[in-house]
Design a protein around this ligand. Structure first.
Ligand code: HEC
Length: 189
């Protein structure tokens, strides 16, 4: 089911700006899950943010695998719901390689992440992301994961084209295997 192909809507740029404006108005930077923003889900923005912030560990297809942060769990097989995904992105997962993406996740006395503050955590117990995200961006990524990654089975040619764009040669490895050669590993991103 594709939800992003609505013909006759404003250009992607206009749509993106509208979504950003709406999200800025709705969110207050809290780690607690926000209700779904009204209006269509912006899967293109979600994909862009996912690609920049998550694919390094979870891979483009979400199945994750080994990396410097340990084994990133599969987002295709995850059983987490939207709120739980949002919490995991914002707060990370202490004691694992999943970093937190909200700048102030563990700052101050609010303890909005698992009831933990900086003083409750030993150094290095929870990792900060390379780049922090806004709460609104985290919601957009969660919607992308729910629409395009979670529960989608094993990744194939169509998933690959959906991610990299029609005609992407990086996806050719998903076509029928090359005769005589060993199967190439799927692209990392
Ligand atoms: C530095 C590597 C790294 C990055 C970047 C990263 N993750 Fe993770 N992620 C992990 C690891 C490792 C785990 C496994 C944690 C564990 O063992 O419980 C994980 C777990 C998760 C889980 C929990 C899955 C489950 O079923 O319990 C979700 C959801 C998740 N990541 C989403 C994301 C999203 C979305 C992004 C991008 C905003 C992201 N992660 C960025 C490494 C990463």
């Amino acid at each position: 089911m594709r939800r992003d192909g609505n013909a006759g809507s404003p250009s992607p740029l206009v749509r993106g700006l509208l979504v950003v404006a709406a999200l800025l108005a709705v969110t207050g930077g809290m780690a607690r899950a926000q209700p779904a923003a009204p209006g269509p889900v912006d899967l293109e923005l979600g994909k862009k943010l996912y690609r920049a912030n998550c694919a390094g560990c979870h891979k483009w297809h979400g199945n994750g695998g080994g990396g410097y942060g340990g084994d990133a769990l599969s987002l295709r097989h995850t059983t987490l719901d939207r709120d739980q995904i949002i919490t995991t992105i914002g707060c990370g997962r202490p004691g694992t390689g999943m970093p937190y993406h909200l700048r102030d996740a563990y700052e101050g006395d609010e303890k909005k992440c698992y009831g933990l503050g900086q003083k409750d955590l030993s150094p290095g117990m929870v990792l900060a992301a390379n780049a922090f995200l806004r709460q609104s961006e985290i919601g957009v990524i969660a919607d992308y994961v729910l629409a395009r990654v979670k529960g989608r089975g094993e990744p194939g040619y169509d998933d690959c084209l959906e991610f990299f764009g029609a005609g992407s040669r990086v996806c050719n490895i998903f076509k029928s295997p090359v005769e005589g050669g060993p199967a190439a590993p799927p692209p990392g991103k």
